[in-house]
Design a binder for this molecule. Structure first.
Ligand SMILES: [Fe+2]
Ligand SMILES: [Fe+2]
Length: 150
C-alpha cells in the first residue's frame, strides 16, 4: 500500500498559478495596444506553461495510478484548454492589428471559459490528483514544475 498524499500540495500549487495568471491579465491595458501586446504575449507564455504542466505532467501521472478513473474529467479539461487557447490566439491576432477593443472582448470570452474551467480543476480535479498520488509522487512532480523556467 503506497503512502497517500494528504497535504493538498498539488491543488495549492496549481491554484496559486491560476491566481498569478489572473493578476497578470488584470494588469493589461487594452486601451494601449502597443503595451498590451507584449503583456498579452507574456500571459500567453505563462498560460501555455500551465497547460503543459497539466496535460503533460499532472494528468498523465494521475492516469498512471488510476487508469480509466479520471479519463472523463481530463477529456473535458483538454477540450476547454483548446477553447481557451483559441480565444487567446484571437485576442493576440487583434492586438497585432492594433485592435485593443477587439482583443479585450476576446479576452473577456476567454476569461468566462477560464473561470468555469479553473473552478472545476480546483474543486474536483486537483483534489482528486492529490488523493490519488502518493506523497513521493506529488513531491517529484512539484520539484519538476518548480525547477522549470519562470
Ligand atoms: Fe487547465
Ligand atoms: Fe489549471
Amino acid at each position: 500500500m503506497t503512502e497517500k498524499n494528504t497535504k493538498s500540495a498539488l491543488a495549492e500549487f496549481f491554484a496559486h498559478d491560476h491566481d498569478a495568471l489572473d493578476v497578470h491579465l488584470d494588469l493589461i491595458d487594452f486601451d494601449d495596444p502597443s503595451s498590451a501586446l507584449p503583456a498579452l504575449s507574456e500571459f500567453h507564455r505563462r498560460l501555455e506553461r500551465h497547460i503543459v504542466w497539466e496535460e503533460d505532467v499532472l494528468f498523465p501521472a494521475a492516469r498512471r495510478v488510476a487508469p480509466g478513473y479520471i479519463d472523463g474529467p481530463i477529456d473535458v479539461m483538454r477540450r476547454e484548454h483548446r477553447e481557451i487557447r483559441a480565444r487567446k490566439a484571437e485576442a493576440l491576432e487583434r492586438l497585432r492589428g492594433g485592435d485593443g477593443a477587439g482583443a479585450r472582448e476576446r479576452i473577456g470570452v476567454m476569461r468566462a471559459v477560464m473561470r468555469e474551467h479553473t473552478a472545476k480543476e480546483e474543486r474536483v480535479l486537483y483534489p482528486l490528483c492529490d488523493q490519488l498520488l502518493s506523497d513521493a509522487e506529488a513531491g517529484r512532480i512539484l520539484r519538476l514544475l518548480e525547477s522549470s523556467p519562470a
